[in-house]
Write a protein that binds this ligand. Structure first.
Ligand code: A3P
Length: 298
């Protein structure tokens, strides 16, 4: 089907305290109550700007909890239900009484998240990905996700991303603000590219953050079952079982390429230069380097 023929959806991005919430998916009052939630030391929040590796981290957390036993998590249900989105309607209420450990993911800016995180209660794992690849992944995902407006073409989406007119808002603000909390939260700040480069060492760092004591063999199993190719084969992990109401599976897959540098297949030279200028302006004082090309990995 041509993208022009895709029926218009009922979902809309509505600004709420400087952040766009999606009607039907989020509820502003509910989101506002997240701030006051009581947090347990065992709570874990994975925070990402969309398309930065959220579902990858859901799989890693579940495998760590299961000590690498992949069959036990596959039987437990879909990863999206086991490690739900904090801001999605209904999640906050269930969170209050859920048994520990409460594993959650979120795309929310830090100002909406539980204040208790800033007293080093609970753990935060922030995953950042180079924003050119985020933009490309997000462009494709807009065709799949029914709650996101299907872009006319890549150029149309490029302009929307550059002017923060997408769910998640400004990538730059998201990453910088969360990073600024790293010293007063119990936070691990990692990049998607580090995960591509050395998944084993990232899994070990997460395991230490969570105070786990897994054997070498168990850790190796966590790594094995969270690689792109293996995760893709697990419908509960790769979102193939998410309802057709939310994802239009005929338009693409959640686990698309899983690589670094795909932006080169989409950006024009002019777009890349414009993006570089913005990146330099916004990120000149940001200390964490990003990798833009798979060939730059050692
Ligand atoms: P691409 O669209 O570039 O392939 P999120 O979960 O935050 O929505 O991010 C989705 C992106 O993470 C997709 O990127 C997806 O392929 C990638 N991804 C998910 N699991 C992965 C894995 N195990 N290894 C590498 N990339 C993964």
């Amino acid at each position: 089907m041509d993208v022009d023929e895709v029926p218009t959806q009922d979902y809309e991005l509505i600004p709420h305290r400087g952040f766009g919430l999606i009607t039907g998916i989020h509820d502003a009052d509910d989101v506002d109550q997240i701030y006051d939630l009581e947090i347990r030391d065992t709570d874990v929040f994975v925070i990402t700007y969309p398309k930065s590796g959220t579902i990858w981290m859901q799989q890693i957390l579940l495998l760590l909890e299961a000590e690498g036993d992949v069959s036990s998590i596959s039987q437990a249900g879909n990863n999206s239900d086991l490690v739900p989105w904090m801001e999605v309607k209904g999640t906050r209420e269930a969170f209050i009484t859920a048994p520990s450990p409460r594993l959650r993911v979120s795309h929310l800016p830090s100002r909406f998240m539980p204040a208790a995180l800033s007293t080093r209660k609970g753990k935060v794992i922030y995953v950042a990905r180079n924003p050119k690849d985020v933009l490309v992944s997000y462009f494709h995902f807009h065709k799949v996700a029914n709650m996101l407006e299907t872009p006319k073409d890549f150029n149309d989406f490029f302009e929307k991303f550059m002017t923060d007119r997408v769910f998640g808002g400004s990538w730059f603000e998201h990453v910088k603000t969360w990073y600024s909390h790293r010293d007063h939260m119990d936070m691990l700040f990692i990049t998607y590219e580090e995960m591509i480069q050395d998944l084993s060492s990232v899994v070990q760092r997460i395991s230490s953050l969570l105070g786990k004591d897994l054997t070498e063999e168990q850790l190796a199993s966590v790594v094995k079952h969270s690689t792109f190719n293996n995760m893709k084969k697990i419908p509960q992990a790769s979102y193939q079982q998410v309802s057709d109401d939310l994802l239009n599976h005929s338009q693409g897959v959640f686990m698309r390429k899983g690589t670094v540098g795909d932006w080169k297949n989409h950006f024009t030279v002019a777009q890349s230069e414009r993006f570089d200028e913005l990146f330099l302006r916004e990120m000149q004082d940001f200390p964490v380097p990003f990798i833009w090309d798979i060939r730059d990995m050692k």
